[in-house]
Write a protein that binds this ligand. Structure first.
Ligand SMILES: *Cc1c(COP(=O)(O)O)cnc(C)c1O
Length: 289
């Protein structure tokens, strides 16, 4: 496997960065996860756009233009002869000293691109559905560390993931500081009630996921009403269907939340329809290489 590191393709074993890299010392950097389906990079422009938006707020200069970044991704995919892949795109502040001051990194940003496979959950989860719980760790306050930022500082999500795992679950609902459902540790959440879709708005603790956007688009095309609206845990418990969305996870049916069965306890019809339409979308919506 070859990894793109600062403009060069290097073997995986040689894809190493400094201990003084602020990405390592402080989680100071931005990332994206992108999927490739049969040589089509799904919503590449949207992912690049979001990476540059995260970097803009972090005042992190990306040493490549958007076009160059796309070319670097394609270059890496081709070098690894991949048709289907998961891409991890990372930009860190780079090597600095032991202080926080990002100016000490002197524009030595680190850029790397890993193209690999990812299988987040076993196939059975997609067929039978997942059981999840709500965990105590709430999603970051937007005025502290905005969940819109796909930054390298993911401890908020990792703490929630640990709580889920400690309780024997693979994924968890995180609430926002008002107690509304925000999202899961790396996925957005949807519920279905009386054939209408609901997903939390992006204003509090919810990342505007690209898969979430794709699902909202699919719903519109299918003439299903879809609302970006605050959701309480009660509304999740009494929903007819529930599912999670994310680039790595794709569409995951949820059949039990905090011990409450959702709907029939099996993946719902609308969830299955959305999953099918999403698969179709990935066959045509993307940048070909
Ligand atoms: C990346 C991510 C998502 C999903 O976003 P996609 O763009 O669909 O991959 C949702 N929540 C969090 C916290 C994430 O990091």
């Amino acid at each position: 496997m070859k990894v793109y590191l600062n403009g060069k393709l290097v073997p995986k074993e040689k894809a190493l960065i400094s201990c003084f890299d602020h990405g390592v010392l402080y989680g100071d950097g931005a990332f994206e996860g992108i999927r490739v389906y049969n040589r089509l990079i799904f919503r590449l422009d949207e992912h690049i756009e979001r990476l540059f938006e995260t970097a803009h707020t972090l005042m992190l200069q990306i040493p490549l233009t958007k076009k160059e970044m796309k070319q670097a991704i394609i270059y890496t995919l081709k070098a690894n002869k991949l048709k289907d892949a998961y891409i991890r795109l990372v930009v860190t502040r780079g090597e600095g000293d032991l202080g926080l001051d990002p100016r000490k990194c002197k524009g030595r940003q680190t850029v790397f691109i890993i193209t690999d496979k990812i299988e987040l959950y076993p196939e059975a989860i997609y067929k039978k559905g997942m059981e999840i719980i709500t965990v105590p760790t709430v999603r970051n306050l937007p005025e502290a560390l905005n969940p819109q930022l796909k930054s390298l500082n993911y401890l908020n999500n990792i703490l929630a993931k640990i709580e889920a795992i400690n309780s024997g679950f693979q994924e968890a609902i995180m609430l926002d500081t008002l107690g509304y459902v925000a999202e899961c540790t790396g996925d957005n959440i949807f519920i279905v009630k009386r054939n209408e879709l609901y997903t939390p708005p992006q204003c509090m603790g919810t990342l505007r996921g690209i898969t979430r956007d794709a699902v909202l688009g699919i719903a519109r095309r299918l003439s299903l009403s879809a609302h970006e609206h605050v959701i309480t845990r009660h509304e999740v418990y009494i929903s007819d269907e529930c599912f999670l969305t994310g680039t790595a996870a794709e569409i995951v049916p949820v059949v039990k939340v905090d011990g409450r069965q959702i709907g029939t306890g099996k993946p719902g019809e609308i969830t299955k329809l959305i999953s099918k339409e999403f698969k179709e979308l990935t066959k045509r919506d993307g940048v070909k290489y």
